[in-house]
Design a protein around this ligand. Structure first.
Ligand code: PLP
Length: 397
């Protein structure tokens, strides 16, 4: 008899974005040219000064265990990042360094959620949120938002979803997958609603440095002096510094929560990679020129993507104010035939786009929003042009 899995194993599905990436890789391995817009990671190399810091760390013997919550230098630097960029006074003791922001989210949820608790998640949401909540035994309560509402949760909708069991509200601005950036005033109204309840906030601010035009990121905890004691802020180096593979993220949390998150890591992973921590220190405390260069390139790509979407028949997109995704409304194709196949939903649309046009997108349903397909523009302009040429042929022929 095989080893029976725990009931927990039924709670989660593999991440849909990674699954789409894997499907695309399979086609590539068969020699098919795939224009990959599925994965959410910058295509740039990690900036040279950060690479050098990692080499220095290795040569300097920083290859041993570190404190479970991270090296003091990095925790201090993250705390200073919050005072410098957001005006939030934070002690290094409140900062916990983890193996990527995803790990920070998991540990934060483990710290405060359990069976019987509810976590409010506005949809569209990042693929992992609901499964990470389920892993703790808590229940995700998904509140759909519409494109007409700007994909934003209103205080009224939030308050209507609150029950005596609501533990947390998860908020993500700039958002993956929509690119929506809440204005400070909108978040202040949401904060007021939150403060009229006992609910805490888990604010995922991983795209904080990637905003376009007039859009500005807001650190949720800064909206009211009462918020830091009930807010966990998550961010990291993956997106801003093209460091997805280094696996460094962090949480800034109230004392008890950060202490538990560190203890959890001490039992679970010991510490985030020592070398990566020194590299992340250089990323946030060193020169920031590379961030501006990468952002300028994302800005160019975004403009081109929006231009080319306008040229696609039947597809619309609310321009993203942040992150590097275009969340395209593809619902006009539902019930129609494309490439000889009937399209019923966003999964059909994305599967046909991959199979027939070699274009890898992610279905909106993975983000709790049927009717859409997410295109990541963290890829070269050449791929973008080729991808849209292929998509247009696929839609028109
Ligand atoms: C909204 C959001 N949060 C968190 C993460 C995870 O970041 P990391 O690679 O640092 O774990 C991602 C990555 O795609 C993301 O889009």
């Amino acid at each position: 008899m095989g080893l029976e899995l725990a009931s927990r194993s039924t709670l989660i599905a593999p991440s849909a974005t990674l699954a789409m990436g894997a499907e695309a890789r399979k086609l590539k391995a068969r020699g098919v040219e795939v224009l990959d817009f599925a994965l959410g990671e910058p295509d740039f190399d990690t900036p040279a000064n950060i690479q050098e810091a990692a080499f220095r760390a290795i040569r300097g013997g920083h290859t041993h265990y570190t404190p479970p919550a991270g090296i003091p230098e990095l925790r201090e630097a993250v705390a200073s990042h919050y005072s410098k960029h957001h005006g939030l006074k934070t002690a290094a003791a409140q900062v916990v360094i983890s193996n990527g922001a995803k790990h920070s989210l998991h540990n934060a949820l483990m710290a405060v959620c359990g069976p019987g608790d509810e976590v409010i998640i506005p949809a569209p949401y990042w693929v992992s949120y609901s499964d990470l909540v389920k892993l703790t035994g808590a229940t995700p309560v998904v509140i759909p938002t519409t494109e007409a509402e700007g994909f934003k949760l209103t205080p009224e909708r939030f308050l209507a979803a609150v029950t005596p069991n609501t533990k947390l509200l998860m908020i993500n601005s700039p958002s993956n997958p929509t690119g929506v950036v809440y204005s400070r005033a909108e978040l202040a109204q949401l904060a007021e609603a939150v403060l009229s309840t006992q609910v805490g906030v888990l604010s995922d601010e991983i795209y904080e440095q990637l905003t376009y035009g007039d859009a500005q990121p807001t650190c949720f905890a800064t909206l009211d002096p009462r918020l830091p004691e009930r807010t966990i802020t998550v961010s990291g180096v993956s997106k801003t510094y093209a460091m997805t593979g280094w696996r460094i993220g962090w949480a800034v949390a109230p004392d008890g929560v950060s202490r538990f998150m560190g203890d959890l890591q001490s039992q679970e992973t010991s510490n985030p990679c020592s070398v990566s921590q020194w590299a992340a220190l250089e990323a946030i405390a060193g020169p920031q020129d590379s961030v501006a260069v990468m952002k300028a390139e994302f800005t160019r790509r975004r403009a081109r993507v929006l231009e080319r979407i306008r040229d696609l028949p039947g597809i619309t997109c609310t321009p993203p104010d942040g992150a590097f995704y275009a969340f395209m409304n593809v619902s006009t194709y539902f019930g129609k035939v494309l490439g000889g196949n009937r399209i019923e939903d966003s999964t059909d649309f994305c599967m046909q786009a991959l199979g027939q046009a070699g274009v890898a997108l992610v279905m909106g349903s993975a983000f709790g929003a049927e009717g859409y397909a997410r295109m990541s523009f963290a890829t070269s302009l050449t791929t973008i042009e080729k991808g849209f040429d292929a998509l247009k042929r696929f839609l028109v022929d």
